[in-house]
Design a protein around this ligand. Structure first.
Ligand code: PNW
Length: 472
């Protein structure tokens, strides 16, 4: 039986502004925390920065042509906050808004539906550096004011693009912003303070809630407003009670710290108990929880690999969660948890290929968010691709990865999950955050010397899926 997807299922690809645009000093754009971080020696592999990236700011017409060639029905991009509202406060810059308006018009002219993400990690540096409360440690997401600033920015973008963009997401992967940005410090702004990370998580939640309200106030009624999370498909290594408890702790810090307030209007009581030695959570004000719990028109799920945890027997053992022992943990209040090598073939990120995690997440969130349609807003893999002598890029590993994960989406659909579309990460090879240009996730190869784009064999394969609505 052919693996056929429902009619109307949306086939897309995704990118993010700092990872592809370049042109970081053009059109009045000011630095974001990722400009500062990537220019700080030792933070990004090879000293890479997003200064040029895929030069998409100048090559966007060509990139939309590539999307059309791939037959994409949708494109998920992010808006660069410092391009639209330099310093994160005050009036918008018309040139910045025009860039996205022209991009969206070109997409629509090619029959490609835009999905706009308002925040994919490029906080205006000024909001990190200068802020009302003036705490010596810094501002940014640990500070409440940043959530207010985000809501204002959301309103500005909605006013400018609301007549032509139907699907909106507030934040991309707030877990990464909070816990990699302020906890482990491997992402911008590179702070390593567990309490700042928890405060950041709350203010990101608040930013979502206030931002969603600002969007709805400015957008036509047909607009769809959601958020993209990267929930962890976390498993216990054994059924021993202490391993199940390790699973519960990571589930709280990876997943329920967001879905609790978003879907249920409360932080999980076990999370509050686990972190009681760090904070009393008094930064959560009484009316915040009602503000965060806004109706969602959809929930975006980003998925790459699952996690396997146990109670730590040897706290010095390697963590296998991308963060080695001795580094700062992105899991405040969960020091007693060990991460294990996940069974399965590894991608170039050393992330195990295991599509069953995607089935689990789609099934789980269909149950936890009844009536809320889901999109897979990111899924894909890095491999060591290169152009051969004939100018072709063969990436059979990526085809296998995509095939297996699309089969997982189909399995979840059959089990009753309400999945409306799939966005491949990523359209183009791009700036892979702390890994710089060393990791390639694209369906399209980018030669960073010439900026030449070459559709990979996976890109052609995906075009076939998008064209037929079924897996070969
Ligand atoms: C996501 N982790 O990032 C992002 O949304 C993309 O911008 C990124 O390029 C893609 O996945 C691939 O990495 C993540 O360490 C980065 O758990 C790191 C983690 C998770 C997601």
């Amino acid at each position: 039986m052919a693996t056929r997807f429902p009619p109307g299922f949306l086939w897309g690809a995704a990118t993010a502004a700092y990872q592809i645009e370049g042109a970081v000093q053009e059109g009045g754009r000011t630095p974001s925390i990722w400009d500062t971080f990537s220019r700080t020696p030792g933070k990004v592999l090879g000293g890479d920065t997003g200064d040029v990236a895929c030069d998409h700011f100048h090559r966007w017409r060509e990139d939309v042509r590539l999307m059309a060639e791939l037959g994409l029905g949708a494109y998920r991009f992010s808006v660069s906050w410092p391009r639209v509202q330099p310093t994160g406060r005050g009036p918008a810059v018309q040139r910045g808004l025009d860039f996205y308006r022209e991009l969206v018009d070109e997409l629509l002219a090619h029959g490609i539906q835009p999905m706009a993400t308002l925040y994919h990690w490029d906080l205006p540096q000024d909001l990190e550096t200068s802020f009302p409360s003036g705490s010596a440690a810094g501002g940014g997401w640990p500070e409440r004011d940043t959530a207010y600033r985000f809501a204002e920015y959301a309103g500005i973008v909605a006013e400018a693009l609301g007549d032509r963009v139907e699907r909106w997401t507030t934040l991309n992967e707030p877990w990464c912003s909070a816990f990699l940005g302020y906890g482990s410090g491997v992402h911008a702004p590179g702070r390593t303070d567990p309490v700042a990370a928890l405060r950041a998580a709350h203010h990101l939640n608040l930013a979502h809630g206030l931002g969603a309200q600002a969007l709805r106030a400015a957008l036509p009624a047909r607009a769809q407003v959601g958020i993209c999370l990267n929930p962890s498909a976390v498993r216990a290594r054994t059924d021993a009670p202490e391993d199940l408890d390790a699973r519960r702790r990571i589930d709280a810090l990876a997943n329920r710290v967001f879905t609790g307030p978003l879907l249920k209007g409360a932080y999980p009581s076990d999370l509050l108990a686990d972190t009681a030695g760090l904070t009393d959570w008094s930064f959560v004000r009484p009316r915040d929880l009602a503000a965060i719990r806004q109706p969602l028109d959809f929930l975006g799920i980003n998925y790459y690999t699952p996690a396997v945890v146990s109670a730590a027997t040897d706290p010095a053992a390697p963590r296998h969660d991308g963060h080695n022992a001795g580094e700062h943990s992105p899991w405040p209040g969960a020091d007693g948890v060990a991460f294990h090598r996940v069974p399965g073939e590894l991608t170039a990120m050393d992330w195990a290929v295991d599509p069953s995690g995607l089935v689990d997440l789609l099934t789980r969130y269909t149950a936890e968010a009844p009536g809320v349609p889901l999109y897979v807003t990111e899924n894909g893999a890095a491999y060591e691709d290169s152009v051969d002598a004939e100018g072709r890029v063969h990436d059979p590993d990526r085809i296998r990865y995509l095939h297996a994960h699309l089969a997982a989406v189909h399995e979840a659909l059959r089990a009753g999950a309400d999945v409306r579309g799939y966005f491949l990460w990523s359209l183009l090879d791009n700036f892979e955050w702390a890994y710089g240009y060393s990791k390639r996730f694209g369906a399209v190869y980018v030669d960073y010397g010439t900026q030449e784009r070459t559709v990979k064999s996976s890109g052609r394969w995906y075009a076939g899926v998008a064209a037929t609505g079924k897996l070969p």
